[in-house]
Design a protein around this ligand. Structure first.
Ligand code: ZN
Length: 124
């Protein structure tokens, strides 16, 4: 299975952008149902909820950004931000790690969630 990893912040940004577009499309579709008021209102409400959610997600990105570590990517030499112990470069998708123990290992996003397992393995 060839999973393509993306920088986490980029992923969340893409998600927020999809929500904005989904909201606009829903509202736009709603305009075609002027004769069916309940349907138009439902679509408008769904669209509004979607756009409000995207605002919340953008706010969340802002909060996450304060917890990221800014580094210079060793591969493309551009400044990038990483979140958690392993993340990808935002520009070239180079795997990055803050943990010396994981350096040179195959990239695995599980290292973020299975912290304890990894630490125990290294103690042995
Ligand atoms: Zn890079």
């Amino acid at each position: 299975m060839a999973l393509k990893y993306k920088s986490k912040i980029n992923k969340i940004r893409t998600f927020a952008l999809i929500l904005v577009f989904a909201g606009m499309i829903l509202m736009y579709i709603g305009l075609f149902f002027k004769q069916h008021e309940w349907l138009m209102v439902t679509l408008m409400i769904l669209g509004t909820i979607s756009i409000i959610l995207s605002t919340v997600v953008y706010f969340w990105i802002g909060l996450l950004s304060t917890r990221t570590v800014s580094i210079i990517c060793p591969s493309c030499e551009k400044p990038t931000k990483m979140l958690g112990r392993v993340d990808m470069c935002m520009h070239c998708d180079q795997p990055l790690t803050l943990d010396k123990n994981l350096e040179g290992k195959e990239f695995n996003e599980d290292y973020n969630s299975k912290k304890n397992n990894v630490e125990e393995t290294h103690k042995m």
